[in-house]
Design a binder for this molecule. Structure first.
Ligand code: 3HC
Length: 671
């Protein structure tokens, strides 16, 4: 097998080049090649300096994650990095694309680093539930200081080449298109400089204030995660006067601890699940995509406006249609306000705001949609209204236009059937706020064309969404799984639990909110029959009293002016009244019972969805719940969680409470 590493000689400079597509991951063959090349350079008297660079789209994007959990093949990455640093001849890293994780650590082992202006450098291991395990936690603070090391390791976001230059993590920014030559020239310039700068020999100054402030600022973000604390501890160790060797030993033991834990397994699962979700099993990868240069959105409410923003931000012009001028103006105004708020936080330039707004055409004229390549209907959930819209779109839109509905529950096949082109119809279920939430459920109708599906999946990537394909079923993947949870939460309430107790269990589990907090946020009146005299459920009783949730200042909780919830005595009365009226037997409800009755049924529903072929794979279900509903990342999604809990335990829990258990869950064949 040919090595992914080759060497080239440019007079007295040897260039070590990696060619390991797609992202030059540092797998065993790359590590072996790198070690051999360094030895080659050291053994050759004609060589005065070395350069390490990568072919393809990026510098090493990290260790090869597919090797994790398998027996380690020598040499390990820490050994290779140490070898580079120990070289008696200068080694220069030539960085383009993204030098991430182990890739960043390779650069830190090098004596010098040059980078293109667009390069990014970072240690995202924390996002995989890990820490930089090849000396990163010890070398970054020694070069760039504790504060930046904390940002880079415990948060995991990459920094720009410019920021790296300012911090000493890069020595020179070179030409975007002349990296190879510029790196050689730089190596030659440094060939005779001694002593060689070695990160391990530097001293990091302790910065307890920075550590304390960092912990405090990020407490919410890190809630429930193990890896950030381990990253922080390693960075602290780098600056507490310990020797480099002791720091490395600590880093290694923390790395191994995290690697063998469930959280990292869950986070690595998500990394691949997210990428897998983009693949549609029975659609050829070379299917011809339809060009999408102009998008139409029907409805300028919260959903329509949010949807429009995705495309505007990606530079795709949007025509947004409303029925009334006032609603149209309000919608466009909200879009502008949102962009301006982003700009005020420094995350957008004023000219970008104007460019986005300039690409928006608000109109009352439905006929303006005739020119659009994709039209997304985002009006309220009513089948007759949607059918009416799609009938109109069918006569109006140009041939080949994709007609999408942002329905969250309704039957896309029924909507498609009122057009003469059901192959052009698809569901695009965005999650609120649609400009923020990463999930897009792409609902594949019975007749949706493969090219339509592939086009929408590609478009999702362009607008930075994580798309998951769902089949036609009430509520698709996410909302269908939500239903049994809500039903059980109400039953638990009737049997003796309080909203606070049930929500607390969900929050402790790692969800952003529990079922009742979610009802209050979404609106208790959603789906209400609107007859205050007809009180058949606790929800009816709440809705009849105007307890519609946060928007009316009261729902399952009472809210103050800052929308802080407190348990509601009135709700307790209503619940007590219902319990008495229905004669529901009361019992002490434990937190474990809440888990078994609200979370296990979700897993069961997920298994049924998979059995019915309404989701492609179990990991897609996990992606939906993580990106659409805030399922804790470190639990890997409901299906991964069930597997790590043990299917037997979940089945036993479901049976104890009388649920009909899905076959694939019972026999552990969920895929
Ligand atoms: N190992 C193995 N495979 C990887 C990989 C890695 N580190 N990084 C990416 N890939 C694979 C992806 O799974 C994907 O495979 P597929 O085509 O079969 O689905 C392919 O490479 C392309 O990846 P993306 O679709 O993500 O490509 P993008 O261009 O969108 O993004 C990227 C490129 C920014 C490099 C992104 O892939 C990324 O963030 N990768 C992970 C970086 C990372 O986490 N590095 C740290 C690894 S842990 C480590 O280094 C430990 C060390 O400290 C000891």
């Amino acid at each position: 097998m040919t090595s992914p590493i080759r060497t080239e000689r440019h007079d007295d400079v040897m260039v070590i080049i990696s060619d390991n597509p797609p992202v030059n991951a540092l797998g065993a063959a790359v590590r072996q090649g790198l070690a051999a090349a360094i030895t080659e350079g050291l053994d050759d008297d004609a060589i005065a300096a070395m350069v390490i660079r990568c072919d393809g789209r990026t510098f090493f994007a990290g260790a090869d994650i597919t090797e994790f959990g398998k027996p380690m093949q020598e040499p390990g990455l820490p050994t290779v990095v140490d070898m580079i640093e120990a070289s008696s001849k200068p080694v220069v890293a030539a960085i383009h694309g993204t030098a991430l994780g182990g890739g960043c650590e390779v650069t830190l082992g090098c004596h010098y680093r040059v980078a293109t202006p667009s390069a990014k450098i970072g240690t995202p291991e924390v996002k995989l539930g890990l820490l930089p395990g090849a000396g990163g936690t010890q070398r970054i603070p020694r070069i760039a200081g504790v504060a930046l090391a904390l940002e880079m390791t415990a948060k995991g976001d990459p920094i720009s080449a410019k920021k790296a230059l300012d911090a000493g993590l890069v020595d020179r920014i070179v030409g975007e298109d002349t990296l190879a030559e510029d790196a050689i020239a730089f190596a030659r310039e440094m060939a005779e400089h001694r002593p060689l700068p070695r990160a391990s020999e530097k001293i990091a100054k302790p910065d307890p204030d920075a550590v304390a402030a960092f912990r405090k600022e990020n407490a919410r973000r890190f809630r429930g995660f193990e890896a950030p604390a381990a990253n922080i501890a390693c960075v602290e160790k780098a600056a507490d006067g310990s020797s480099f060797a002791d720091g490395i030993a600590f880093e290694r033991s923390e790395f191994m601890r995290l690697m063998s834990g469930t959280q990292s397994a869950a986070q690595r699962h998500l990394f691949f699940a997210e990428r897998q979700a983009a693949k549609v099993d029975d659609v050829p990868t070379d299917v011809k995509l339809r060009p999408i240069n102009k998008v139409g959105v029907i409805g300028a409410g919260t959903m329509g406006g949010g949807i429009a923003m995705n495309f505007l931000s990606a530079g795709v012009p949007v025509t947004i249609v409303e029925m009334q001028q006032e609603a149209l103006d309000r919608g466009a105004g909200v879009i502008r306000k949102n962009y301006e708020a982003t700009a005020a936080k420094g995350r957008m330039k004023p000219e970008q705001v104007e460019a986005a707004m300039g690409a928006l055409t608000p109109t009352l004229d439905f006929a303006a949609l005739a020119e659009c390549d994709l039209v997304i209907e985002a009006v309220y959930e009513n089948m007759d209204v949607k059918k009416d819209i799609f009938t109109k779109l069918d006569t109006l839109c140009k041939p080949g236009a994709i007609l999408a509905s942002n329905t969250s529950y309704l039957n896309v096949d029924e909507i498609a059937a009122c057009t003469k082109r059901p192959e052009d119809v698809v569901g695009m279920h965005f999650f609120s706020p649609a400009n923020v939430m990463k999930l897009l459920e792409v609902v594949r109708g019975e007749k949706t064309g493969p090219d339509v599906l592939a086009t929408v999946m590609a478009l999702a990537k362009k607008i930075k969404k994580v798309a998951v394909v769902a089949g036609v079923t009430y509520g698709f993947i996410g909302n269908r799984m939500l239903m049994p949870r809500q039903v059980e939460a109400m039953k638990l309430l009737m049997e003796g639990a309080t909203p606070e107790q049930i929500d607390k269990v969900h929050v402790a589990f790692g969800m952003p909110m529990g079922p009742f907090q979610m009802s209050d946020l979404a609106g208790v009146d959603i789906g209400w029959h609107r007859d205050p005299t007809r009180i058949e459920s606790i929800r009816d009783a709440l809705a009849a009293e105007g307890r519609w949730g946060q928007k009316t200042g009261k729902g399952f909780y009472d809210y103050d002016e800052k929308r802080q919830p407190t348990p509601s005595p009135r709700v307790a009365e209503i619940v007590a009244d219902f319990r008495a009226k229905t004669g529901t037997p009361q019992h002490e409800i434990t937190d474990q019972e809440i888990v078994e009755r609200t979370l296990y049924p979700m897993v069961n529903e997920g298994a049924l969805i998979l059995e019915e072929g309404k989701a492609q794979r179990a990991s897609d279900v996990d992606v939906v719940w993580i990106y659409g509903y805030g399922w804790p990342v470190y639990r890997g999604g409901p299906m991964f969680w069930a597997q790590s809990e043990g299917y037997d335990k979940v089945v036993a829990g479901l049976e104890k409470h009388g649920f009909a258990v899905a076959e694939s869950l019972r026999d552990g064949t969920i895929k």
